[in-house]
Ligand binder design. Sequence first.
Ligand code: 5GP
Length: 190
Amino acid sequence: MGILFVISGPSGVGKGTIREALLARVGDIEDSISATTREPRSGEIPGKDYFFMSDLDFGKLVEQDMLLEWAEVYGKFYGTPREFVMKTLAEGRDVLLEIDVQGARQVKAKMPEGVYIFISPPSAEELEARLKDRGKDSLESIERRMKSFLDEMSYLPGYNYEVVNDELETAIHKVVSIVTAERCRIQNKD
Ligand code: 5GP
């Protein structure tokens, strides 16, 4: 069996950037592509960044139990297609999920043997500054995300590792080290 790595944490904390860097540096890890009902942002490629779809089509995936987990994040739905994850792990390849805290909790309940990595911001102030800096979100959306922040931090005890994204390169290095260490565990070497 491959190892399931789950990167999660509050929105805007840098999970996406860490995921990209991890995929670039650790070659043999398979990226799970999520389904979502949100609009593509400029530069995003359907089928690579997300499977973009209507509420109706997302509802069908839920009904047919084709999602390993799903959650509503800031008014839009996001979910992890189940088959890709299960098939890839069964083939002995490692899988990476980058999902919100509600989704990570659902996956942990089903797959407690996975490796759960919580990315946290150095402080609430820093998180707010980053959300403003990245320019992806409206002011209203930033306020909403900040309100959710404390609630999202309360999920931390369910994780195996916490990586504070204080300095990006250091955080990436820590996550790469976690992947390396987990692959060296005796019980993972079958
Ligand atoms: P964004 O819209 O900025 O790409 O992502 C918004 C949030 O949704 C992020 O916290 C991201 O980690 C989360 N997310 C992305 N894909 C999934 C998924 O498949 N399931 C869940 N539960 N959250 C996801």
